[in-house]
Design a protein around this ligand. Sequence first.
Ligand code: FAD
Ligand code: ZN
Length: 471
Amino acid sequence: MDDQDAISRLKAALGPKGFLEGADAMARYLVDWRGLYRGPALLVARPATTQEVSACMRICSEAGIAVVPQGGNTGLVGGSVPRPEDARCILLSLDRMNTVRRLDALDFTITVEAGCILQNIQRAADEADRFFPLSLGAEGSCQIGGNLSTNAGGIQVLRYGMARDLVLGLEVVLPDGEVWDGLGGLRKDNTGYDLKQLFVGSEGTLGIITAAVLKLFPKPRVIETAFVAVRDPAAAIELLSRMRAGTGDVVTAFELIDRGILDLVFANVPGNADPLAQRHDWYVLTEAFGAEGSSGLRDAVEQVLGRAMEDGLVLDAVLAASGAQRQAFWKIREDMADAQKHEGVPIRHDVAVTVSRVPEFLARAIPACRDALPGARIIAFGHAGDGNIHFNLLPPRGGDKSAFQGEMARMNRVVHDIVVDMGGSISAEHGIGRLRRDELHHYKSPVAIALMRALKATLDPRNLLNPGKIV
Ligand code: FAD
Ligand code: ZN
């Protein structure tokens, strides 16, 4: 079968609404969120059903055409677009598979198609008096299939875990078009290998997730949110431990924020204001959820903060007095990605160390980067409650932006060497994609790399599914 035959068969299988062709129509699917990665495609396939996904995979596998799955295209590691060398590939978007198949309130589960936008799943849960805790800045456009494929984290991992911890079952189309139906939704099932977890975090290299059963939780009835200035990162980590103990371990979010990123948010994204009267170097945005009648939660948070202030850990703090004020705090956090976009392309790091060693990581990485690249602006913020820091370097104001980009590989090494020396991870929540592939192969043990390659070769022997990503 030549490519033209394959494309004709794909179009027939997908129907007129199920594909896009031509450079203009396909353009927005072929560049990533940051505008850094672009690639070609013979066709953008937009299947509406699992059977159509299966038909696409069957045709492509027979013709030897590569397939790049794409969700909301908000990934930050270049995983969701073809590589420039993938001329014989189609992009398979899940955006038309956006139905909530069912919600089982007594089971606390929801079964959704992969193309459901994360925010719509949160809303569906909310309408049923339930709560779906996965929450991240891109939730208005990322899809659950993308979230599961990247094992997304976000701001509530501390209490509810990552995407991996929120999934009870999957439906997956394999590279040859076979469909694996694992949507049983059981809480307990030890019948052999846990197949669903193989696909979670595999970034579209082993199979295409078409549907998932997700865990729901009781809706929080009381929410306390505090914007806190802390003495330094060590004080922040001590505060986290006191907050966990003092609230009966109901802290859901604990974000560390440095003044640098705060200044960029205020300067570059309208509608934000400093919640505190004075400038400080380090802040924490933290939240705790309580059940019905847990009116003592506010007292508990106030007590912890009061004592931490007496002990010099906390310099100032404000507790949200209303839902609107809470939203204003979170808007600052959510605008951090946008705020950096205005300053040129950052050299990013998405690293994790054990929670207690976050201060040590910062104490080592900040001076190391200052020495290695004088003038670069250093930004550190993120999910300190999980030991995950987004540690980014921005070009000096008025500096040469493309020369700065040329320093990426060297500066990645500076930061990642420190992380790995501390037993940490070079990719905490964003994944590997294209951006971190060389780093993965540099740092991961030969045994781990060989296992990953063996898995890939078993499930996708012809390397047709998202080639060049991860392995
Ligand atoms: P895409 O970008 O479309 O794809 C990501 C990867 O998954 C690709 O490799 C793709 O091939 C594969 N894929 C997508 N759908 C499927 C499928 N159905 N089956 C198989 N493979 C598939 N991430 C976090 O973890 N935490 C954060 O806090 C966070 N904040 C962010 C804030 C902003 C403003 C932005 C832009 C991004 C943020 N991200 C964050 C990164 C990104 O949103 C996540 O990686 C998200 O999970 C990607 O989902 P998506 O639907 O956009 O996937
Ligand atoms: Zn993050």
